[in-house]
Write a protein that binds this ligand. Structure first.
Ligand code: NAD
Length: 497
């Protein structure tokens, strides 16, 4: 059965009138599961106009009432956790457990948004001069927009709209056209939670829709997560149009393995962090750097990776699912072939992997290279597939130099039993999220998601206090009250003493 994906514009779910159609497929066999009528320019403008009108009333809704919408929302998300994960698994191919994790990480941000009153608190200083006090408020910006990638269709939209809306903004979500049904369900539940008409809009489409959001002066801030080229385009165009922009982009995350680390923990963690979710995570470990004698563990790592078997979303023994699209598979296979041509040693090659009965799916088996050097395409490019590149280093200093020379800075980790080595690494590494004996150090929502360098364009990051700063303006008030006026106000027969 083919589902018609719906936009949500001005309080109505609608198939839309667009004639340009996008087909949504099941990555396990590329069968069509849904169709999108891409939003027309008029529909995108209607969503912006409705969000702009709704801002006038939503910003006046008391903060505790806004928080109550979030309380109901996080409750509904939890009630529908399995249902959301099932929709998500069907359209992304993720295993059910992985899909549940995707939804859960988003729920945690919605939970955090329930605490919005404390997060919005400003600052005060009494008596900055005689009888003068200064205090600040945080006020919402207006219409904000979010453009999200395919790889976390629940978590990443939920990084954005609950906090933006709790701050008093209205929001337009433009999710990935490759898996739009999870975001649609997120929006339906938000409406059920009692969000007034116009506060949240959902439009589906591609560059055409995004370009309208980037150009319209009513849109005050853009949150983007996706690939490097698109992130740079969105950051440059949005800021050129004088908008506030945060753009989270691609990554190439290194894990440094010291010879004093716990070998079994290293192997178990590297397997999950490199090929889990088919490597389609912006925090996946794609480069393992073995320092000194740690390189002797490479054959055991290969054995462990070889045991991982991709499979269907509801196969409990599957380690991960297919890649999102045939185009993604072609890209990954091309990079694997380039790795071999450029002289890396392919210890494990998943290029020919398939699942019986689902031969037309976008499968790639676990793949592992050794003898990788920094000039190779498999090192320079984000592969975004189940491919681990192994490198060797003589010392921790050399490993740090290697990681710091990467243009990306999303995440990194070190495995070691030495506090001194861990301390040196966390201090000197030029990467925004660091794990110590933790392979994928994604911060919980009371911190922020703090990618650096080519993995992020902007200054205020996603969720936590930084997101609240991103979605608000600070108004600083300096006030003087004259005691003599009190007597005047109180009338001639009354004294203040
Ligand atoms: P993508 O850049 O292809 O698409 C992201 C969004 O941008 C989608 O909504 C898409 O419709 C839109 N888009 C695509 N091309 C566009 C264009 N030319 N102009 C305007 N909009 C356009 O990314 P993807 O393939 O969906 O996601 C994978 C990428 O996202 C990877 O590079 C991954 O590292 C990155 N990612 C980064 C983070 C992070 O936090 N840094 C998190 C998740 C994913």
């Amino acid at each position: 059965m083919t589902t018609q994906v719906k936009h949500y514009i001005d309080g109505e779910f609608t198939a839309g009138t667009g004639t340009s159609q996008i087909v949504v497929t099941n990555p396990a066999n590329n069968a069509t599961i849904a169709v999108i009528n891409s939003a027309t320019a008029d529909e995108v403008h209607a969503a912006i106009a409705s969000a702009k009108a709704a801002f006038k009333t939503w910003k006046e809704v008391p903060v505790s009432e806004r928080a109550r919408v979030m309380l109901r929302y996080q409750h509904l998300l939890k009630e529908h956790h399995d249902e959301l994960a099932t929709i998500l698994a069907h359209e992304t191919g993720k295993t059910f457990e992985d899909a549940k994790g995707d939804v859960w990480r988003g729920i945690e941000v919605a939970e955090h948004a329930c605490n919005i009153a404390s997060l919005l608190m400003g600052e005060t200083v009494e008596n900055v001069a005689r009888s003068i006090d200064t205090y600040s408020y945080t006020q919402p910006l207006g219409v904000c927009a979010g453009i999200t990638p395919f790889n976390f269709p629940a978590m990443i939209p939920l990084w954005m709209f609950p906090l933006a809306i709790a701050c008093g903004n209205t929001f337009i979500l433009k999710p990935s056209e490759q898996d739009p049904m999870t975001p649609q369900r997120l929006v339906e539940l938000f409406v059920e939670a009692g969000a007034p008409k116009g506060v949240l809009q959902l439009i589906h489409g591609d560059k055409t829709a995004v370009d309208i959001l980037l150009a319209d002066p009513a849109v005050k801030a853009i949150s983007f997560v996706g690939s490097v080229a698109v992130g740079q385009y969105i950051y440059k165009t949005g800021t050129d149009n004088l908008k506030r922009v945060q753009a989270f982009a691609g990554a190439k995350n290194h894990c440094v393995i010291m010879p004093d680390a716990n070998k079994q923990q290293v192997i178990n963690n590297l397997v999950g962090a490199s090929v889990g979710a088919a490597g389609q995570r912006c925090m996946a470990i794609s480069v393992a750097v073995f320092v000194g004698a740690a390189k002797e563990w490479i054959p055991e790592l290969k054995e462990a990776l070889a045991k991982v078997r991709p499979g269907l979303w509801d196969d409990k023994d599957a380690g991960y699912g297919p890649l999102i699209s045939p185009a993604a598979k072609v890209r990954v296979l091309k990079l694997i072939a380039q790795g071999k041509e450029e002289g890396a040693q392919c210890l494990l090659d998943g290029s020919d992997f398939t699942v019986a009965g689902f031969e037309s799916g976008n499968w790639v088996g676990p793949t592992m290279f050794t003898k990788v050097t920094t000039d190779m395409s498999i090192y320079k490019e984000e592969i975004f597939g189940p491919v681990l590149c192994c490198m060797e280093s003589d010392s921790l200093e050399d490993a740090i130099e290697l990681v710091n020379a990467s243009p990306y800075g999303n995440g990194t980790s070190i495995f070691t039993a030495s506090g001194a080595a861990a301390r040196k690494y966390q201090h000197e590494i030029e990467v925004g999220q660091v794990g110590i004996n933790v392979p994928i150090p994604v911060p919980l929502p009371f911190f922020s998601f703090t990618g650096w360098k080519g993995s992020f364009y902007g200054d205020q990051h996603a969720y936590g206090k930084q997101a609240v700063r991103f979605y608000t303006e600070t108004k600083t008030i300096t006030a003087r009250w004259f005691e003599s006026d009190i007597a005047v106000a109180a009338g001639p027969n009354m004294s203040i003493n």
